[in-house]
Design a protein around this ligand. Structure first.
Ligand SMILES: [Zn+2]
Length: 131
């Protein structure tokens, strides 16, 4: 969790919940999503050419590493993975490199496969409005 997310200062009329949601939206837009563009493009290129998707090699940096337990939702199955993350290798970049999208910007507990996201997107675009 981000350091500023731990501090909830009610300012003006924003509730703590609204403040956290706003801070998370800002983090997605300013930091995380721009950093995912190149890993996503690399994943798509490898996926479309049928090349082997990069496996995650252990990070050898001197930063503090910790393990995140993440549930991955694929089209046909669920998978529990342990992801070793540090500031040089954030979870979001590692997940997108493997074709998964994280549910939160810093410490996700759930990730959904790109296939599943594309399926759901197509489903809701083509679904009858009264469903
Ligand atoms: Zn590292």
């Amino acid at each position: 969790m981000a350091p500023e997310a731990n501090v909830c200062v009610v300012q003006d009329k924003l509730s703590c919940h609204a403040w956290r949601k706003h801070a998370q939206a800002r983090r997605w837009g300013d930091n995380v999503l721009p950093s995912l563009i190149h890993p996503f493009m690399r994943f798509q290129r490898e996926w479309n050419t049928g090349a082997q998707v990069d496996s995650i090699e252990p990070c050898m940096c001197s930063q503090h590493h910790h393990i995140l337990k993440i549930i991955c939702v694929h089209m046909e199955y669920l998978e529990d993975i342990d992801l070793v993350v540090c500031s040089r290798r954030p979870a979001a970049i590692q997940l997108v490199s493997q074709g998964l999208f994280p549910c939160s910007p810093l410490a996700p507990t759930l990730a959904v496969s790109m296939d599943m996201l594309e399926f759901v997107s197509d489903l809701f675009v083509n679904m009858a409005p009264n469903e």
